[in-house]
Write a protein that binds this ligand. Structure first.
Ligand code: GLA
Ligand code: ZN
Length: 670
């Protein structure tokens, strides 16, 4: 991973859309940027219509003036290619470049992100504007980073037009080799769906009843691959014409809207992983989802530092209810991202818009102006990030791994399953929350990745899993690892075909059991399970008939359809242990299982940290840093392994670190 060129501190700033303002305001903007300690801004993301007002005729004067002004004020530029927002003239000339829904509705111009990634006209136009920008600004002294497009995968993740149909057929030929292979992979013997010619194949448009699941899965892969083709096209132009400037595109790793992109693959294609994250304010503990997103982002960056390119200073405007952040919450959010590997904290956006769809979205310079809480907190955050400059380039230290695979998400969205109450994402969130509350820092890992560095690996409902992944987990356990697996994992292969033999095909060996039948519960039903010392827990959604084949029952169903059968099992295999949880336990109930598995893994409980205080470490050439973020309303104390200097207050810290209610402390350990 590369860092933004010329940036010597942590990145601090936001999306800057000066085209929405008269140029007098730009002068005030840069003055305020200096006041707040802004180091970098993202510009030009939606500027295509201004940069190319007519086909082939360009106006770069305003962007020249803007980049010069930023440079004079010591602000680096993350310069975008504006290819997420083609101008009106483009669609007038190429109406077939507007994307089409699965129902056959063609989208119209007048918003943003109306992209069919297969459109030859779009590809030509995107390449042309990218070349123009690269040629003009390759040597501009403000240029630090290229920002390609914006959030691939939203708002349109797949298009179903005629161009896409033709492109899909080409992709199928290249991926499967032959029509026979497609028929086999899609199981077209079922419901008489056999194809006799590639030309008969269409995108999975709306059908009378359930569509072919393997076709849907391949279409998700195709849509992702098609977006990646366009990213690579732009990236390669930028590399060729502006060598030495890193290229990124902003990911949305942990939002369900971002689920159309396989970030494992994309993480290898960018020079710097960047991410956008917004709190989902639906009453849950938002800091847990934030931590998860940050951990996932770091993981797709291979553990290297990454960059938070967008989050919000306060409320957003696109959720049903958009509360303002509490005092101090913005800093906790920003610094939690930094703790988990981001080399900075950037926002959408610098100055709150007066017009357009996002005028009620918070910004660094709010409608209220600088005599406001948000502005004062922004200025304080700038100072805090300046004090944290030494953490730049260090790496976050992880304690355990959670397996994650976008292909499995896509497969779990398919219809006609044992129960609609099973939500794979909810399982991932609950297992993560349980690990978070044990104060364990998590890396996410692909199921086929090398897991040998982790004492504990958790698999929350990974329905789609290849045989190779199953073998990987087996050797991980045989070599001493501790594995915890949720129900409905390892069931199908990469084409959504059930693995031969009893469930869970890819995991029978390592778990030492088979599952004879699933028996999901009705929506109001709960079951009890009993375990060590007569302990009792309550579970819902899922039960199944587990048969021990080497594993021992640790918890047993006390009632319900599987009464008397194993509910949670443990299998000693080689040097390691594999746990299996066959029902849905909440995050708090899972804690008991993870505590026992943690003991198998030799992970000592983190006793010196109170509930609700997030403690994460970064280590590297400049030393070891302990971040402590107090999400509670009470002052807290965190046990320190070594004395050090607190970077935000400059105070010495020994023994116990005091972290006031709602505050963040970062200790540079001696
Ligand atoms: C996304 C986009 C931004 C803006 C924000 C608002 O992250 O990239 O342009 O719309 O959402 O939250
Ligand atoms: Zn299309």
């Amino acid at each position: 991973m590369s860092a933004p060129k010329g940036l010597t501190r942590l990145a601090f700033g936001g999306d800057y859309n000066p085209e929405q303002w008269p140029e007098e305001v730009w002068q005030e903007d840069v003055r305020l940027m200096r006041e707040a300690g802004v180091t970098m801004v993202s510009v030009g993301i939606f500027s295509w219509a201004l940069l190319e007002p007519e086909p082939g005729s360009y106006d770069f004067d305003w962007l020249d003036r803007l980049l010069d002004l930023l440079h004079e004020n010591g602000v680096r530029a993350d310069l975008a290619t504006p290819t997420v927002a083609p101008p009106a003239w483009f669609y007038r000339a190429h109406p077939d470049a507007l994307p089409v829904t699965a129902d056959g509705v063609r989208h119209a111009f007048g918003s943003r992100g109306a992209i069919c990634h297969s459109s030859p006209a779009y590809r030509r136009a995107a390449a042309a504007i990218t070349e123009q920008l690269a040629r003009r600004y390759a040597d501009h002294p403000a240029l630090a980073l290229w920002h390609v497009h914006n959030e691939y995968g939203v708002p349109v993740s797949a298009c179903y037009c005629a161009n896409c149909a033709a492109h899909f057929r080409r992709w199928l030929r290249a991926t499967h080799g032959s029509l026979d292979a497609v028929n086999e992979a899609w199981g077209t013997a079922f419901w008489g769906q056999r194809y006799g010619d590639f030309e008969e194949i269409e995108p999975p448009r709306t059908t009378p009843t359930v569509r072919n699941p393997a076709q849907l899965l391949d279409y998700a892969r195709f849509a992702d691959a098609t977006m990646l083709e366009n990213f690579r096209m732009e990236r390669d132009i930028l590399h060729r014409l502006a060598p030495g400037i890193p290229v990124t595109t902003n990911f949305m790793t942990a939002l369900t809207q971002g689920d159309s992109v396989d970030y494992w693959a994309w993480g290898r294609e960018v020079d710097l992983v960047t991410n956008d994250h917004y709190l989902i304010t639906d009453g849950r503990r938002t800091e847990v989802n934030l931590a998860m997103a940050a951990d996932l982002t770091r993981s797709v960056a291979g553990g290297a530092p990454w960059l938070l390119l967008e989050h919000s200073t306060s409320g957003v405007n696109w959720q049903p209810r958009n509360p303002a952040k509490e005092p101090g919450q913005m800093a906790r959010n920003s610094l939690a991202h930094v703790a988990r590997g981001s080399d900075g904290a950037m926002f959408f956006q610098w100055r709150q818009s007066r017009r357009g769809a996002e005028k009620f979205h918070s910004a660094m310079v709010p409608h209220a102006g600088t005599d406001s809480r948000v502005w004062r907190e922004v200025v304080q955050l700038g100072a805090d990030l300046e004090a944290l400059a030494p953490v730049r380039g260090t790496r976050t230290v992880a304690d355990a791994a959670v397996l994650w695979d976008w292909a499995s998400w896509w497969a779990q969205r398919l219809e006609w399953r044992p129960t609609e109450d099973h939500d794979a994402r909810e399982r991932a969130d609950s297992f993560y929350k349980s690990l978070y509350d044990r104060h364990l820092t998590v890396d996410f890992a692909h199921p086929a990745a090398d897991l040998s560095g982790y004492p504990l690996v958790v698999v929350p409902a990974l329905y789609l899993m290849t045989e190779a992944a199953g073998r990987n987990l087996r050797s991980y356990v045989e070599n001493g690892g501790t594995l915890v697996v949720s129900y409905f994992s390892g069931i199908v292969d990469e084409h959504d075909a059930v693995h031969p033999g009893p469930y869970p095909g890819a995991l029978r060996d390592v778990l030492g059991l088979t599952v004879e039948e699933f028996s999901p519960l009705l929506s109001s039903e709960r079951v009890r399970i009993t375990g060590p010392g007569g302990a009792e827990l309550s579970a819902d959604v899922w039960t199944e008939f587990v048969v021990e084949r080497g594993a021992e029952a640790v918890w047993t169903y006390a009632d319900g359809p599987a009464a008397g059968r194993p509910a949670v099992t443990r299998h000693r295999l080689g040097q390691g242990t594999a746990w299996y949880v066959s029902t849905r336990l909440g995050a708090r109930e899972l804690d008991l299982i993870l505590a026992a598995a943690g003991e198998d893994a030799g992970i000592a409980p983190r006793t010196g940290i109170p509930y609700g205080v997030e403690v994460v470490s970064r280590e590297g050439d400049t030393g070891s840093y302990l971040f402590a973020i107090n999400h509670t309303a009470d002052d807290a104390k965190v046990a320190l392994g070594a004395p050090g200097t607190e970077l935000l207050t400059g105070e010495r810290a020994t023994g116990h670190l005091a972290v006031p209610a709602g505050a963040v402390r970062v200790v540079h350990l001696d």
